[in-house]
Design a protein around this ligand. Structure first.
Ligand code: PEP
Ligand code: MN
Length: 346
């Protein structure tokens, strides 16, 4: 598998992605252009895909790294290497902590617009909302489909927020990519390779959620697949895994965030909502994600969670979201001088 993937030619990197070395007080993220040339101490050649990283154990953590050998292109080639993924002029993984927020599902124009305005005011940079929903029951709300995508685009127009939304079927990828700034691959789809390929080939950034029974190595293998299909714009997402614990919907694997930040150059986003399954736990998990080194959050928020068409129990009210964002600010500041700058990049 590794050989097969390695031998596939990587297409040239899309504009909008840079490999950078984080740290070093690089302030170019604030003033930078759409695709700035970073040279913060590492080997950076804009527009050129680096060869397969040198995986010396000493550099990236030791012999245990060999278990990730099937995902060479998403591992770090040096300890401080970090890839910035650009979405709608915004850098993800570049130092700023990016919050994505919104309802589980797009339901109505009013629900989405109100949510978009409130989460933007509280500091979110990306609006989430499912138009195509993976539901465990065939009788549950399946999403508004194209109408939902149109509402998301209208909310972007009104607020300037970027849009992340799930694509569930390979055949839908071009359509979803017409509307979304970031394509979400859901937990249940992490190993749907036809979908990974179709999503990758749109060229849009991909938010790849960890499968609920997937290991870190499995997640990185799926990321490697996307990269091997010519799309380096991958953002990893820890959203909780299935364990024997039943007090929460899933078990938030904060260790996975630490491991991923250690070994992978890709940005890591945490989803405390699907991990917790209950809104009261979401802020604490969000704090732990910041402390573990996540590059951002994706959080469910709803104007009236008790009336939500999906995942109401884990959705925050507007007031709860405001409080969580205020509470997170000092934690984000501890990440570094740039970590909480909220202005939109040019
Ligand atoms: C979602 O984001 O609403 C969702 C269905 O997430 P996951 O794929 O992580 O279950
Ligand atoms: Mn949901």
């Amino acid at each position: 598998m590794a050989e097969e993937l390695q031998s596939r030619p990587l297409r040239s990197e899309k504009p909008g992605v840079e490999r950078v070395v984080a740290g070093g007080g690089d302030d170019r993220l604030q003033r930078g252009s759409e695709n700035p040339s970073f040279d913060g101490g590492g080997a950076v050649t804009p527009g050129i895909v680096s060869p397969v990283p040198q995986r010396s154990g000493a550099q990236v953590g030791g012999g245990w790294i060999e278990q990730f050998a099937d995902a060479p292109d998403v591992l770090k080639s040096e300890p401080e290497q970090a890839t910035v993924v650009w979405a709608r002029g915004m850098a993800i993984g570049g130092g700023d902590f990016v919050t994505m927020a919104g309802p589980c599902s797009v339901e109505t124009e009013r629900q989405l617009m109100e949510t978009a305005e409130r989460v933007a005011a509280a500091g979110a940079r990306v609006l989430r909302g499912g138009a195509f929903k993976p539901r465990s029951s065939p009788y549950a709300f399946q999403g508004l489909g194209l109408d939902g995508l149109k509402l998301l685009a209208a909310a972007r127009e009104a607020t300037g927020l970027a849009i992340v939304t799930e694509v569930m079927a390979a055949a839908d990828a071009p359509l979803v990519a017409e509307y979304a700034d970031i394509l979400q691959i859901g937990s249940r789809s992490m190993e749907n390779y036809a979908l990974l390929e179709a999503a990758a080939r749109t060229g849009k950034p991909i938010l790849l959620k960890r499968g609920m029974v997937a290991t870190v190595a499995d997640l990185l293998r799926s990321a490697q697949c996307i990269v091997s299909y010519g799309n380096p714009n991958v953002i990893l997402c820890e959203r909780g895994i299935r364990t024997f614990e039943t007090a929460t919907r899933n078990t938030f694997d904060v260790t996975a965030i630490v491991v991923l930040k250690e070994i992978s150059r890709l940005p890591v986003i945490a989803d405390p909502s699907h991990a917790a399954g209950r809104r009261r736990f979401v802020p604490a998990l969000a704090r732990s994600a910041v402390a573990a080194g996540a590059d951002g959050l994706i959080v469910e928020v709803h104007p009236h969670p008790d009336e939500a068409w999906s995942d109401g129990e884990q959705s925050l009210t507007f007031a709860e979201f405001d409080a969580m964002m205020a509470e997170l600010a000092p934690w984000c500041e501890l990440r570094g001088a740039r970590s909480c700058v909220l202005e939109t990049l040019p």
